[in-house]
Design a protein around this ligand. Structure first.
Ligand SMILES: [Zn+2]
Length: 253
């Protein structure tokens, strides 16, 4: 099996060397490393090699890393990478997450476990039903603009309670109370879009997909900095849905 974790570790190490070199030249890198320079050069991602000095991974590679981590998670062979104290210490002064993830707050969908990632790997924002508000948008903008994450993933999931609550409200079966009403109101357009010819399970699944798709679509529409990043091909926005039963994350868009 190709080991995406080890590949990434090498890239991080490579990045550390580059920033350490920058520090020597008056930059501000903080990664200690003992890898040899020849190793560094060989392990930098091919997609970024052409300009000679950009160690960041691209959106496709970031997604492949998440896919590989999810495969390990499904197989029951997670590596729980980047969870030791030395790695944690290497992140005190900086972070270089490979993706910004907007997922539901559901306790059964923790992105770091689902994608088998560790400290510093994911810039994670969570809200029930992946509902956007100013704080969520601002957090995602921070991930894209300041942390340079090449990938933004909107992650819905099967059996989503926020979406089910919205379905119940739309049908008049139960009305939400308190601030939950704001969540339901935000998810409602997605539910109303889905054909009600579907059976119960299919209707919920289609509503989950539609909600994640709409949120992803709203990101560049509502955030000028995210829109600019998309237009400049600095990021990709991915829609994905996690299956509670199988553990699989399926990319939808
Ligand atoms: Zn949910």
């Amino acid at each position: 099996m190709i080991d995406a974790y080890d590949g990434r570790f090498s890239r991080r190490r490579a990045f550390g060397l580059l920033t350490a070199a920058a520090a020597t030249l008056g930059g501000c890198g903080a990664y200690p490393s003992t890898a040899s320079p020849s190793t560094t050069s060989a392990q930098r991602p091919a997609a970024q090699d052409t300009d000679g000095d950009d160690p960041r991974i691209g959106p496709d590679e970031a997604w492949h890393m998440l896919e590989a981590g999810n495969a390990r998670f499904i197989d029951g062979t997670p590596q729980h990478p980047h969870s030791d104290s030395s790695w944690r210490n290497s992140l005190i002064d900086e972070q270089h997450p490979i993706a910004s993830i907007l997922s539901c707050a559901d306790s059964r969908v923790p992105p770091e476990l689902v994608f088998d990632q560790g400290f510093g790997d994911l810039f994670t924002i969570r809200s029930a039903g992946e509902v956007l508000d100013e704080a969520v948008l601002g957090s995602l903008e921070y991930g894209v603009e300041h942390l340079d994450t090449p990938l933004v993933v909107v992650l819905g999931h099967s059996g989503c309670g926020a979406v089910q609550a919205t379905i119940d409200a739309v049908r008049g079966d139960a009305q939400p109370r308190g601030h939950v009403a704001a969540l339901v109101q935000a998810v409602e357009p997605a539910v109303l879009t889905v054909s009600d010819d579907l059976g119960e399970d299919e209707f919920l699944a289609a509503s989950v997909n539609e909600q994640a798709r709409r949120v992803a679509e709203a990101l560049p529409a509502r955030s000028s900095s995210i829109r600019r990043a998309v237009e400049q091909d600095r990021i990709q926005i991915v829609v994905a849905v996690y299956d509670l039963a199988t553990g699989r994350v399926e990319r939808k868009l």
